[in-house]
Design a protein around this ligand. Structure first.
Ligand SMILES: [Zn+2]
Ligand SMILES: [Zn+2]
Length: 171
């Protein structure tokens, strides 16, 4: 019963360390940092200058290194997309999830960096995608972490907590 965090490509180590303990408490599971994966060049779309999230999820799913873990969360510092959307903050299929850090920094929007806010957003996205791997769908409560984030405004408003209904389904 454990979760593995997988750094994909160039990534600040502090992110994993910061997420580890909190995710362990939220999901009541052991969380470890797994072997890093190389840059996901296979997922790069030159026209969009973005990476296809589902391609990364497939590779994570097939990687034997992580097969013994109950949940896998890939963390990547590139902008992600799926064909029908301009971008995605992350994605999940079955036991495997991925989050992108690219749009969680104030600097992405030409604003001054704020490490506290960046960490809060990272945690929110990580809990949301891992929530999907636990079988939770999107929630209609805008304060719940499982609410669908269309923008950072949604992410910042909802925060990283489950609403009582989702919490109930989770445990
Ligand atoms: Zn979602
Ligand atoms: Zn909810």
């Amino acid at each position: 019963m454990s979760i593995v965090l997988v750094p994909i490509g160039k990534l600040d180590k502090e992110v994993n360390e910061a997420l580890k303990d909190t995710l362990s408490k939220v999901f009541n599971r052991r969380v470890s940092v797994g072997k890093a994966m190389p840059e996901p060049d296979y997922a790069f779309n030159e026209k969009r200058n973005q990476y296809l999230s589902t391609a990364i999820l497939s590779v994570l799913m097939e990687e034997k290194e992580y097969a013994t873990y109950e949940k896998v969360l890939g963390i990547v510092d590139h902008d992600l997309y799926v064909p029908e959307l301009n971008f995605v903050f992350g994605g999940a299929i079955r036991k495997v999830a991925v989050i992108s850090l690219a749009r969680l920094r104030q600097g992405f929007y030409g604003l001054q960096e704020d490490s506290r806010l960046f960490y809060k957003r990272t945690l929110t996205e990580a809990v949301h995608e891992l929530g999907h791997t636990c079988g939770l769908g999107h929630c209609r409560n805008p304060q719940c972490v499982m609410f669908f984030s269309n923008s950072l405004m949604d992410t910042d408003r909802k925060g990283s907590e489950f609403c009582p209904v989702c919490k109930n389904k989770l445990y």
